[in-house]
Design a protein around this ligand. Structure first.
Ligand code: BDR
Ligand code: CA
Length: 316
């Protein structure tokens, strides 16, 4: 089986936690590192959350390192309205037994990319892009070595932090600009796609049908996420954004993408942090950016359910 080597850069966060679980539980993903970034909550909190999630799923041999606490230029902007005061409200978090890697997250990204063969490491950012931008600036050679950047962020026709901009991009638009401009293949798994990843009642039943501690944990996450999204964003059932990145890597027929030039708005009064997709004409043959468009909802959640089941049965 062809495995994809993935470094997950995240800010757990309910949907980040489910992305960790999918990355850990699916045999087609080889999770080689996890880095955290200030985003949904403060860096201290999201890092503790990452270690707690790793403890829940028994992820003992994957380095986890804390990265940047705040955006490159702008002030921190956390999201307690979606993720609560802890960043993972709704579940009892265990005291982490998984230890933090002593390296800075940016250095773990660089070390990982430089230590592996070129074209083997895929970066999967599911938070603000601060760490990835810093890594590209600190060690520019990573850009030609990374196989692909598959990020959750942005959107072609929709925002959530503002009418035009999605949270991960809008929180650190300068970092996003760096990441979108570097010469690596990039897939934007944006809100157009992730708003299809709804945790419906049927999804909750499917997760409940594989009972165990990880299933209980995910059900707790989804229950809180449902209520917070109902209040904060008017959703009946919540979109679970971040694991869609992994689904694309596991099986691109589950997450359809199209090539399209993408850029990040840095100066707009009403559009700061918007990802601008240029659909005016067919993308040029050398276009290295893609946007996700359509999700196979049933099969996507099947991946998540299978990952939960596998972790409970096999330890992963
Ligand atoms: C993104 O923002 C965060 O709150 C979520 O974890 C996700 O990465 C969705 O806009
Ligand atoms: Ca996130």
């Amino acid at each position: 089986m062809q495995q994809r080597k993935v470094l997950l850069d995240c800010d757990p966060g309910h949907d980040d936690a489910i992305a960790m679980i999918l990355a850990w539980g699916d045999p087609r993903i080889d999770l080689v590192g996890v880095t955290t970034v200030g985003g949904n909550q403060t860096l201290d909190k999201v890092t503790r959350n990452a270690l707690a999630v790793a403890t829940v799923v028994g992820m003992h041999d994957v380095p986890i390192a804390a990265g940047c606490p705040r955006p490159l230029v702008r002030p921190t902007r956390i999201a307690p309205e979606c993720h609560g005061e802890s960043g993972l409200d709704g579940v009892d978090l265990p005291e982490p037994v998984v230890r933090l890697d002593p390296r800075h997250g940016v250095d773990l990204i660089i070390d990982t990319v430089m230590a592996h063969e070129p074209d083997t490491i895929t970066l999967v950012p599911t938070g603000p892009l601060t760490n990835i931008a810093m890594a590209a600036r600190k060690e520019p050679r990573i850009v030609e070595r990374v196989r692909e950047v598959v990020l959750m962020g942005g959107g072609c026709h929709v925002g959530n932090l503002s009418a035009a901009a999605e949270y991960n991009i809008a929180v650190d638009p300068e970092a996003a600009h760096i990441v979108f401009s570097e010469d690596w293949p990039l897939v934007m798994v944006g809100l157009d796609l992730t708003h299809q990843a709804l945790a419906t009642d049927d999804v909750v039943s499917r997760i409940a049908a594989v009972p165990g501690p990880v299933s209980d944990f995910v059900l707790g996450l989804l229950a809180f996420f449902r209520e917070s999204h109902r209040i904060a964003q008017g959703f009946d059932v919540p979109p679970v954004h971040d694991p869609c990145t992994l689904a694309y890597l596991i099986d691109p027929t589950i997450v359809e993408t199209v090539p399209v030039p993408l850029s990040v708005e840095l100066t707009g009064t009403h559009t700061l942090g918007m990802t601008v997709a240029d659909f005016r004409s067919p993308a040029p043959p050398d276009c290295r950016t893609r946007a996700a468009t359509r999700l196979d909802h049933h099969r996507f959640w099947g991946l998540v359910v299978d990952a939960i089941d596998r972790i409970q049965k096999e330890g992963r």
